[in-house]
Design a protein around this ligand. Structure first.
Ligand code: IPD
Length: 281
């Protein structure tokens, strides 16, 4: 364990809380300029950029040798370089479509990796004021209170967030991607799961699993910044996190399956058709 890890985490926590103000103020205004990135479902606003800048500037001032992997920096052309150095993996607003549509399900996500191990995670919804935190070995918390993933093993009792991740892979897989997504949803319906609730933010979906409200979440096409912080929280909440095909979770692997129990993961995995694509680092 890095001797300064606690200091790293506390500094990030302070910055995330203040960044919440930027997001809240923007959320209360009428929606302004929206730009598209890779497609017309892949959105960015000036608030995404401002929050990412604020977090990176603050962390860089405190820890000049730390590295960053930030959603908007990467879409602005920065390369994803994941090294052993303490690295902050940042999504300034996970759920940008929700933000643009003023749906209050959004999260500022900050994850910390050291020696390529995810060590700490902060997921903050500044609109509902729900702050989720975890560090390896400490348990997971929501606004300071412990949270636990569900103990549901049977698909018939499971509410699952199945997300289409529409903007992420349509470009690479074309119409086949849409077909596969609907096919996978159909298979889970036929296998008899209880219901689908997907919240438009990978991190919020994962927090729903971490607090035991939803039993599982699966998505192909996500990026490291959508899941890095949330992965630590899921694990510390007692949940499992793997790749949908059953292999170990890779934060750079662009896919995730998390559940309260390994039994449920295995059932979901079996009922899915999987795709292969390149890790982002
Ligand atoms: C997106 C959200 C969405 C998920 C996409 C993500 P963004 O993140 O988490 O729920 O389906 O895969 O890219 O672009 O709003 O930060």
């Amino acid at each position: 364990v890095h001797p300064d890890e606690q200091k790293f985490f506390n500094t990030a926590l302070g910055l995330v809380k203040s960044a919440g103000r930027i997001v809240r103020e923007a959320f209360e205004q009428p929606a302004s300029a929206v730009e598209t990135k890779s497609s017309n479902t892949d959105l960015v606003t000036e608030t995404d950029r401002a929050v990412e800048r604020y977090l990176i500037d603050g962390l860089h001032a405190a820890f000049p040798d730390h590295k960053f992997i930030g959603e908007e920096s990467v879409s602005g052309g920065a390369k994803i370089e994941w090294t052993d150095a303490p690295t902050w993996i940042i999504d300034p607003i996970d759920g940008t479509t929700n933000f643009v549509h003023r749906i209050p399900l959004i999260a500022i996500c900050v994850g910390l990796s050291i020696n390529k191990e995810l060590r700490g995670g902060i997921v903050y919804n500044p609109i509902t004021n729900e702050l989720y935190t975890a560090q390896v070995g400490t348990g997971a918390f929501k606004n300071g209170f412990p949270i636990h993933a569900s103990s549901t093993q049977e698909l018939s009792k499971a509410v699952i967030a199945i997300s289409l991740g529409i903007h992420n892979l349509r470009e690479s897989f074309g119409a086949k991607w849409t077909d596969l997504n609907f096919e996978n949803q159909r298979k889970l319906v036929q296998a008899g799961f209880r219901g689908n609730r997907s919240f438009g933010s990978a991190a919020i979906n994962m927090m729903m699993v971490a607090q035991g409200s939803v039993d599982g979440y699966i998505e192909y096409g996500i990026h490291a910044w959508d899941v890095a912080a949330a992965a630590v929280i899921i694990r510390e909440a007692g949940g499992t996190i793997i790749s949908p095909d059953g292999s170990p979770f890779n934060v750079m692997g662009r896919c995730v399956l998390c559940t309260g129990t390994p039994q449920l993961s295995s059932t979901i995995s079996t009922n899915f058709t999987h795709v292969q694509f390149q890790a982002e680092a």
